[in-house]
Ligand binder design. Structure first.
Ligand code: NAP
Length: 239
């Protein structure tokens, strides 16, 4: 089977770092984006991959994206469900649209992509799926209850799919980042960030490359006996 990786939400932030790490590991990379066309295409030119647009919350767009990737690079053997969005505020202030938008991207997006990727992996008797969860999916965060729920859902999906797909030679794991300095943290003040650093035993914010290194390892043969695991990348924030 070809080394073809599809990374969702890969135009920037953690996804962008994952794409760079996997390309240097020798994967042909399909860089999914929703809005950031220019950055995704620039990354594809730089790394020799392809940029593919789809809103992961749409099953039709995801199905079309997988057909496009298969036609241009071959069947996807590594899927990284990284696309994600956040909502900060009280649960009781959320609208129906806030809730359904968050669930569509963070949880239904992973379902749509797994469902599209699994048949070819089962046929090949080989494959790897890595979900990008969050430490808040493990322990919950005040003012991020809906986000925490979607990430807890991803953790449940990871463990259950690992059992379902193990006999087909497919490994399913998750990485669980802590506070990683990306656009997603733009709403936080320097004082907020100082507090996060204070609560992190390794006394710094993470960088996207910290998460990418864990994904690179999990996708490699070095992790060939590892499935159903949630690998924390939080500097010890959650232990
Ligand atoms: P980011 O900088 O805000 O990037 C989000 C990425 O997701 C962008 O590439 C965006 O693409 C993409 N995206 C959003 N909605 C999408 C959709 N419906 N379909 C396809 N792509 C979509 O965020 P990040 O910090 O790198 O986060 C990446 C992942 O790590 C997320 O799942 C997030 O929950 C998780 N995480 C982050 C942290 C943190 O502290 N930063 C901590 C724990 C977990 P476009 O720009 O093209 O729209």
């Amino acid at each position: 089977m070809n080394k073809v990786a599809l990374i969702t939400g890969a135009s920037r932030g953690i996804g962008g770092a994952i794409v760079s790490a996997l390309a240097s590991d020798g994967w042909a990379v399909a860089i999914n984006y929703k809005r950031s066309k220019d950055t995704a295409e620039a990354l594809a030119r730089e790394l020799g991959g392809i940029a593919v647009r789809a809103d992961v919350g749409s099953s039709e767009q995801v199905a079309a994206m997988f057909s496009d990737v298969e036609a241009r690079l071959g069947a996807v053997s590594l899927l990284v469900n990284n696309a994600g969005t956040s909502y900060y505020g009280l649960l009781s202030d959320m609208t129906d649209e806030d809730w359904s938008g968050l669930v569509a991207t963070n949880l239904t997006g992973a379902f749509n992509c797994c469902r599209a990727a699994i048949p070819a992996m089962v046929r090949a008797k080989r494959g790897c799926i890595i979900n990008v969860a969050s430490m808040w999916g493990e322990v919950g965060a005040s003012c991020e209850a809906a986000y925490s729920a979607t990430k807890a859902g991803l953790i449940g999906l990871t463990k259950a799919l690992a059992k379902e797909l193990g006999p087909s030679g497919i490994r399913v794991n998750a990485v669980s980042p802590g506070c990683i300095d990306t656009d997603m943290m733009a709403r936080f003040t320097p004082e907020d960030k100082a507090e996060m650093i204070d609560e992190t035993p390794l006394e710094r914010l993470g960088v996207p490359q910290d998460v990418a290194a864990a994904v690179s390892w999990l996708s490699s043969d070095k992790a060939s006996f590892i499935t159903g695991q949630i690998i924390g990348v939080s500097g010890g924030f959650v232990i």
